[in-house]
Design a protein around this ligand. Structure first.
Ligand code: WQD
Length: 332
């Protein structure tokens, strides 16, 4: 299929572009390069032999977005593009609502105008808010108790997609709710490399390992978990990318929703220990106060994706740490 990947020079988007090309799809990328680098296109070429056609376009530019669709006949869109810093979204809600919601509406209007009927949407476990259970299934309620505007944009976009599906029964929507993506491509050439100050655990661990940050602050060790630190479902980014291929192969009219996670919880201290095992060095950290909004424990129940998409994770936390180390050493 000919696929437009929005946000395709980003962390998850670029890994997904590599797997799509290697699965035989024709991939084109739209990105505004706000949180990624154009050099990623050459890395994708290194890894696949194919340099995807690239459009430096901001989805808020409706005319430029529509021209991309006018000039091409895409079979499907995989929509990653969006702002995703939880803390920043609390400080700048209107920027997040405009960028993520209005950008997606522009995208959907262009898809409709040019008869593109398939979309896979990069959503997040954050749409479940605090459901009161540790293992998240797709039938849990969403939209309640979300602690930040970023998470609310993901929820609202899911609702927009459902409404578009009602209005156009031929529209095919697959919503993929990610847990915590980590790791890097095994080549060491592609990995998480956000612009500016990262918010997520592993990019910060990487900054500490590189000596850019003095130490990691562990946000609380007094949670009701085995070692007192929060537990999350860390999924290797290549497993996540392959989940998109599996979803693409099973699209159908209507809305399908899948949690993409390992189904296994790992604590912050366990992640630190795994990173130290891969790096061979101690990682400096301190115990700091809890971060507002953090749930003690959450991980995916990934049974539905296995049952309906024949997809499950294959890579481990150790794989993710070894791949991350290879990426760090390759970047030196
Ligand atoms: C993981 C754990 C922190 C940084 C968020 C979004 C979610 C998705 C993934 C995009 C937590 C702890 C972190 C640090 C720490 N994003 N931590 N010190 O909060 O589970 O999920 O990112 O789709 O939508 O909500 O991920 O990486 O921020 O934190 O101790 O410097 O690491 O407290 O327990 P989170 P995270």
């Amino acid at each position: 299929m000919k696929i437009l990947v929005t946000g395709g020079t980003g962390y998850i988007g670029s890994h997904t572009a590599v797997e799509l090309i290697q699965a035989g799809h024709e991939v084109e990328i739209l990105d505004n390069l706000f949180n990624s680098k154009i050099e990623v296109l050459d890395i994708i070429k290194d890894l696949t032999g194919v340099k995807p056609k690239f459009y430096e376009v901001d989805l808020l530019d409706a005319a430029a977005t529509d021209k991309v669709f006018a000039d091409n006949k895409f079979d499907a869109v995989i929509h990653f593009a969006g702002l995703k810093a939880v803390g920043e979204s609390v400080e700048q809600p209107l920027r997040y609502y405009e960028n993520n919601i209005s950008g997606t509406v522009n995208l959907l209007k262009s898809m409709q105008a040019h008869d593109v009927k398939k979309i896979i949407f990069s959503s997040s476990a954050t749409v479940y808010g605090d459901p009161g259970v540790d293992a998240f299934t797709e039938d849990l309620p969403t939209g309640q108790g979300i602690s930040n505007p970023y998470g609310r944009t993901k929820y609202m976009i899911e609702e927009i997609l459902k409404d578009v599906s009602v209005a156009d029964p031929d529209f095919e929507v697959t919503i993929l709710r990610y847990f915590n993506p980590v790791g890097a491509h095994k080549s060491g050439k592609l990995g998480e490399n956000p612009n500016g100050r990262p918010n997520n655990l592993m990019p910060i661990v990487m900054k500490v390992a590189k000596g850019e940050y003095e130490k990691l602050s562990v946000y609380g060790d007094d949670y009701p978990t085995a070692d007192g630190t929060c537990v999350r479902d860390y999924i290797h980014v290549v497993d996540l990318a392959l989940g998109h291929i599996a979803a693409l192969n099973k699209m159908a009219p209507g809305v399908q929703i899948y949690n993409l996670g390992s189904g296994k919880g790992t604590s912050v201290l366990e992640m630190i220990a795994a990173f130290e095992k891969a790096s061979g060095e101690k990682l400096p950290y301190e115990i700091a106060p809890r971060r507002a909004g953090d749930l003690p424990t959450l991980y995916a129940n990934p049974e539905k994706a296995l049952r309906e998409l024949s997809w499950k994770t294959a890579l481990t936390i150790d794989d993710a740490m070894e791949d991350t180390m290879r990426y760090l050493r390759n970047a030196e």
